[in-house]
Design a protein around this ligand. Structure first.
Ligand code: A3P
Length: 321
């Protein structure tokens, strides 16, 4: 932590001293910043993002709960938005040679991740597509007030938890011991997980999607798995670029589904051998991609406990899993 802290600017150092903190999943601590839990290095990036980012009406944001299908939704959104340039998926499609996180950069890691430098975003192709795990309440006003669009995805908390637990143990520094399932589970149920509590995260975007359905499109991983075709049509309509009948009969939607499928993406060289910066290997982003894998890991008492948390926190909101 001392090493991490030394790299921070004075303003952030003073701020973090005032924040509640808990043991992290793969870092010494998670800090409660603006009502959500995050890592030290994320705080500075988020701060810079909030201070500097100027949204354009044409921007598209892919906002997600970590381990809920971020990689998939980024790929799908990129493919939909850029389909004029690459209607038939040949070898040159960017998604076949780049990981979706490189095509749709995260505000809090890639875009504002370097605290010595405010990025120049003016030369990005429009529409610009960004990704974020930041809760709705903490997005800068320019995003909330502009006409830019937000596509949100979350996933049933049981699978999200199991996916997070596997991922963290794969990417944690080797010097740290394996994080036990039971310990992670207790933290998850208390809401102590990156960008959590998960219920606050979901409810923030859920409420906004009800109040402003043209601003926020709320999706669930399970629904996409069950009927991707109709969800891609919804996404395209939401982004004001609906598929034409000709595109539909030409198989454009099917092509998008195929190039973004778990099976295709997992086998791409970039996703087998590439890395996300110096943070982790891309292959860790593709585990099983199934609904309901949690049954293989959670005990009956864990299921009961998390079900109660979900009922208590989401009950009455209209959001269920
Ligand atoms: P599992 O760990 O359950 O397999 P994120 O992209 O937000 O980090 O989410 C990761 C989860 O999405 C992982 O779930 C991963 O396997 C799954 N996933 C990755 N790519 C996918 C794709 N193209 N289609 C469906 N699921 C995908």
């Amino acid at each position: 932590v001392i090493e991490e802290e030394e790299k921070l600017c004075q303003e952030t150092k003073e701020l973090i001293l005032s924040l509640p903190r808990e043991k992290g999943w793969r870092t010494s601590y998670l800090y409660l910043f603006q009502g959500f839990w995050c890592q030290l290095k994320e705080i500075e990036a988020i701060h810079s993002f909030q201070k500097h980012f100027q949204a354009k009406d044409s921007d598209v944001l892919v906002a997600t709960v970590p381990k809920s299908g971020t990689t998939w939704l980024k790929a799908l959104t990129f493919a939909i938005v850029n389909r004029q340039h690459c209607s038939s998926f040949n070898k040159n499609h960017p998604l076949l040679t780049s990981n979706p996180h490189d095509l749709v950069p995260f505000f809090e890691y890639t875009v504002y991740g370097r605290h010595d430098k405010v990025p120049n975003l003016s030369n990005m192709c429009e529409p610009r597509i960004f990704g974020t795990h930041i809760p709705f309440a903490s997005l800068p006003d320019s995003i909330k007030e502009s006409n830019c669009k937000i596509i949100y995805i979350c996933r049933n908390p049981f699978d999200t938890f199991v996916s997070s637990w596997f991922f963290v143990n794969k990417i944690k520094p080797k010097s740290l011991p394996t994080l036990a399932l039971e310990e992670a589970f207790e933290m998850y149920c208390k809401g102590i997980v990156g960008f959590g509590p998960f219920w606050t995260h979901m409810l923030g975007y859920w409420k906004e999607s009800i109040d402003r359905p043209n601003k926020v499109l709320f999706l669930k991983y399970e629904n996409l798995k069950e009927d991707l075709n109709s969800h891609l049509k919804r996404v395209a309509e939401f982004l004001n670029c609906p598929f034409t009948l000709k595109e539909e009969s030409d198989g454009v939607i099917e092509n998008i589904i195929k190039v973004c499928s778990f099976e295709t993406m997992k086998e791409l060289e970039i996703n087998k051998s590439g890395t996300f910066g110096r943070n982790f290997e891309n292959r860790f982003l593709f585990r099983k991609g199934e609904i309901g894998d949690w049954v293989n890991y959670l005990s009956p008492s864990m299921v009961e406990k998390l079900s109660k948390v979900i009922e208590e926190k989401l009950g009455g909101s209209g959001l269920s899993f």
